[in-house]
Write a protein that binds this ligand. Structure first.
Ligand code: XMP
Ligand code: MG
Length: 179
Protein backbone atom coordinates (compact mmCIF):
# COMPACT_ATOMS: atom_id res chain seq x y z
CA UNK A 1 0.00 0.00 0.00
CA UNK A 2 2.68 2.53 1.05
CA UNK A 3 4.72 1.69 -2.04
CA UNK A 4 1.90 3.13 -4.18
CA UNK A 5 2.18 6.58 -2.60
CA UNK A 6 4.26 9.17 -4.40
CA UNK A 7 4.19 11.83 -1.71
CA UNK A 8 2.53 12.53 1.61
CA UNK A 9 0.52 15.70 1.11
CA UNK A 10 -0.93 15.97 4.64
CA UNK A 11 0.47 14.07 7.59
CA UNK A 12 -1.72 12.64 10.30
CA UNK A 13 -0.41 15.37 12.65
CA UNK A 14 -1.42 18.11 10.20
CA UNK A 15 -4.83 16.52 9.79
CA UNK A 16 -5.52 16.22 13.49
CA UNK A 17 -4.32 19.77 14.27
CA UNK A 18 -6.57 21.24 11.57
CA UNK A 19 -9.54 19.11 12.59
CA UNK A 20 -9.20 20.32 16.18
CA UNK A 21 -9.31 23.91 14.88
CA UNK A 22 -12.33 23.17 12.72
CA UNK A 23 -14.06 21.58 15.69
CA UNK A 24 -13.47 24.67 17.83
CA UNK A 25 -14.85 26.95 15.12
CA UNK A 26 -17.91 24.77 14.51
CA UNK A 27 -18.58 24.51 18.26
CA UNK A 28 -18.49 28.30 18.57
CA UNK A 29 -20.71 28.85 15.52
CA UNK A 30 -23.33 26.36 16.73
CA UNK A 31 -23.29 27.29 20.42
CA UNK A 32 -26.70 26.52 21.96
CA UNK A 33 -27.77 24.41 18.96
CA UNK A 34 -27.71 20.77 17.99
CA UNK A 35 -26.00 19.64 14.81
CA UNK A 36 -27.13 16.83 12.55
CA UNK A 37 -23.99 15.81 10.70
CA UNK A 38 -24.68 14.19 7.36
CA UNK A 39 -21.74 12.13 6.22
CA UNK A 40 -21.40 11.35 2.57
CA UNK A 41 -20.42 7.71 2.37
CA UNK A 42 -17.94 6.32 2.15
CA UNK A 43 -15.04 8.76 1.88
CA UNK A 44 -16.14 11.12 4.66
CA UNK A 45 -16.39 8.48 7.39
CA UNK A 46 -12.92 8.79 8.88
CA UNK A 47 -12.92 12.59 8.83
CA UNK A 48 -16.43 12.67 10.30
CA UNK A 49 -15.45 10.38 13.16
CA UNK A 50 -12.57 12.65 14.13
CA UNK A 51 -14.44 15.90 13.52
CA UNK A 52 -17.45 14.84 15.60
CA UNK A 53 -15.13 14.23 18.57
CA UNK A 54 -13.61 17.70 18.17
CA UNK A 55 -17.04 19.36 18.57
CA UNK A 56 -18.50 20.07 21.99
CA UNK A 57 -22.14 20.85 21.16
CA UNK A 58 -24.59 17.94 20.75
CA UNK A 59 -24.04 16.10 17.47
CA UNK A 60 -26.22 13.47 15.82
CA UNK A 61 -24.95 11.46 12.88
CA UNK A 62 -26.68 10.32 9.73
CA UNK A 63 -25.37 9.17 6.37
CA UNK A 64 -26.13 9.29 2.70
CA UNK A 65 -24.51 7.26 -0.01
CA UNK A 66 -24.46 8.65 -3.50
CA UNK A 67 -22.78 7.52 -6.64
CA UNK A 68 -22.02 9.49 -9.75
CA UNK A 69 -22.10 7.81 -13.08
CA UNK A 70 -19.01 8.06 -15.27
CA UNK A 71 -15.29 7.49 -15.10
CA UNK A 72 -13.83 6.21 -11.86
CA UNK A 73 -11.72 9.24 -10.89
CA UNK A 74 -14.03 12.02 -12.07
CA UNK A 75 -17.61 12.95 -11.40
CA UNK A 76 -20.21 13.23 -14.18
CA UNK A 77 -22.76 15.28 -12.26
CA UNK A 78 -25.44 12.65 -12.59
CA UNK A 79 -25.97 11.57 -9.03
CA UNK A 80 -27.86 8.57 -7.79
CA UNK A 81 -28.89 8.12 -4.14
CA UNK A 82 -27.78 4.65 -3.03
CA UNK A 83 -28.70 5.15 0.62
CA UNK A 84 -30.92 7.89 1.94
CA UNK A 85 -30.95 9.44 5.42
CA UNK A 86 -32.64 7.51 8.21
CA UNK A 87 -33.83 10.69 9.96
CA UNK A 88 -36.34 13.36 9.05
CA UNK A 89 -34.31 16.57 8.78
CA UNK A 90 -37.10 19.14 8.90
CA UNK A 91 -36.24 21.96 11.30
CA UNK A 92 -32.74 20.64 12.01
CA UNK A 93 -29.32 22.23 11.60
CA UNK A 94 -27.57 20.15 8.97
CA UNK A 95 -23.84 20.01 8.51
CA UNK A 96 -22.90 18.10 5.37
CA UNK A 97 -19.55 16.42 5.83
CA UNK A 98 -17.55 15.64 2.69
CA UNK A 99 -14.10 14.20 2.14
CA UNK A 100 -13.33 16.31 -0.91
CA UNK A 101 -15.02 18.80 -3.21
CA UNK A 102 -13.79 18.48 -6.73
CA UNK A 103 -16.18 19.52 -9.51
CA UNK A 104 -18.80 20.38 -6.88
CA UNK A 105 -21.46 18.45 -8.81
CA UNK A 106 -22.15 15.86 -6.11
CA UNK A 107 -22.56 18.51 -3.47
CA UNK A 108 -24.69 20.73 -5.66
CA UNK A 109 -27.10 17.87 -6.12
CA UNK A 110 -27.10 17.01 -2.41
CA UNK A 111 -27.76 20.61 -1.43
CA UNK A 112 -30.79 20.89 -3.70
CA UNK A 113 -32.10 17.59 -2.45
CA UNK A 114 -31.65 18.44 1.25
CA UNK A 115 -33.02 21.98 0.93
CA UNK A 116 -36.30 20.56 -0.31
CA UNK A 117 -36.69 18.76 3.04
CA UNK A 118 -36.97 22.07 4.95
CA UNK A 119 -34.11 21.95 7.45
CA UNK A 120 -33.53 24.95 9.75
CA UNK A 121 -30.11 25.48 8.17
CA UNK A 122 -27.54 23.73 5.97
CA UNK A 123 -23.79 24.23 6.02
CA UNK A 124 -21.02 22.42 4.22
CA UNK A 125 -17.84 21.10 5.77
CA UNK A 126 -15.15 19.47 3.67
CA UNK A 127 -11.75 18.15 4.60
CA UNK A 128 -10.26 18.85 1.17
CA UNK A 129 -11.07 21.28 -1.58
CA UNK A 130 -9.77 21.29 -5.17
CA UNK A 131 -11.08 24.64 -6.44
CA UNK A 132 -9.20 24.34 -9.75
CA UNK A 133 -11.62 21.63 -10.83
CA UNK A 134 -14.86 23.33 -9.86
CA UNK A 135 -17.65 23.13 -12.44
CA UNK A 136 -20.44 24.56 -10.31
CA UNK A 137 -20.10 27.14 -7.61
CA UNK A 138 -20.75 25.81 -4.11
CA UNK A 139 -20.38 27.83 -0.96
CA UNK A 140 -18.13 25.93 1.43
CA UNK A 141 -18.57 26.97 5.05
CA UNK A 142 -15.72 24.96 6.57
CA UNK A 143 -12.72 23.94 4.49
CA UNK A 144 -9.91 21.87 5.98
CA UNK A 145 -7.29 22.23 3.25
CA UNK A 146 -7.19 23.58 -0.27
CA UNK A 147 -5.09 21.22 -2.36
CA UNK A 148 -3.70 21.21 -5.91
CA UNK A 149 -5.21 19.03 -8.61
CA UNK A 150 -3.75 15.60 -7.81
CA UNK A 151 -5.67 12.42 -7.20
CA UNK A 152 -5.28 11.82 -3.49
CA UNK A 153 -6.01 8.85 -1.26
CA UNK A 154 -5.97 7.97 2.42
CA UNK A 155 -7.83 9.10 5.52
CA UNK A 156 -11.08 7.82 4.03
CA UNK A 157 -10.36 8.52 0.37
CA UNK A 158 -9.94 5.59 -1.94
CA UNK A 159 -8.89 4.45 -5.31
CA UNK A 160 -11.01 1.40 -6.21
CA UNK A 161 -11.85 0.97 -2.49
CA UNK A 162 -8.18 0.79 -1.53
CA UNK A 163 -6.08 3.10 0.70
CA UNK A 164 -8.95 4.39 2.88
CA UNK A 165 -7.15 3.24 6.02
CA UNK A 166 -3.95 5.19 5.45
CA UNK A 167 -3.63 7.66 8.35
CA UNK A 168 -2.45 10.49 6.03
CA UNK A 169 -3.48 12.04 2.70
CA UNK A 170 -1.11 10.99 -0.05
CA UNK A 171 -0.73 11.45 -3.78
CA UNK A 172 -1.10 8.17 -5.62
CA UNK A 173 1.67 7.12 -8.02
CA UNK A 174 0.36 7.07 -11.60
CA UNK A 175 1.38 3.38 -11.88
CA UNK A 176 -1.09 2.52 -9.13
CA UNK A 177 -4.02 3.63 -11.34
CA UNK A 178 -3.19 1.09 -13.97
CA UNK A 179 -2.71 -2.03 -11.88
P1 XMP B 1 -17.36 16.17 -7.17
O1 XMP B 1 -16.57 16.22 -8.46
O2 XMP B 1 -18.79 15.87 -7.44
O3 XMP B 1 -16.77 14.87 -6.52
O4 XMP B 1 -17.10 17.37 -6.32
C1 XMP B 1 -16.59 14.63 -5.21
C2 XMP B 1 -16.30 13.16 -5.07
O5 XMP B 1 -15.33 12.73 -6.04
C3 XMP B 1 -14.40 11.86 -5.47
N1 XMP B 1 -13.05 12.44 -5.62
C4 XMP B 1 -11.92 11.90 -5.17
N2 XMP B 1 -11.70 10.77 -4.49
N3 XMP B 1 -9.40 11.25 -4.46
C5 XMP B 1 -10.43 10.45 -4.15
O6 XMP B 1 -10.22 9.41 -3.53
C6 XMP B 1 -9.52 12.41 -5.13
O7 XMP B 1 -8.53 13.10 -5.40
C7 XMP B 1 -10.86 12.75 -5.51
N4 XMP B 1 -11.39 13.80 -6.19
C8 XMP B 1 -12.73 13.59 -6.21
C9 XMP B 1 -14.82 11.73 -4.02
O8 XMP B 1 -15.55 10.54 -3.88
C10 XMP B 1 -15.69 12.91 -3.73
O9 XMP B 1 -16.68 12.68 -2.75
MG1 MG C 1 -14.51 7.68 -3.86
Amino acid sequence: MLEDIQEILLSSEQLSARIREMGRQISADYAGKEILMIGVLRGAVIFMADLARAIDVPVALDFMAVSSYGASTTSSGVVRILKDLDEDVEGKHLLIVEDIIDSGLTLNYLLDNLRSRKPASIKICTLLNKPERRKVDVQVDYNGFTIPDHFVVGYGLDYAEKYRNLPFIGILKPEAYKS
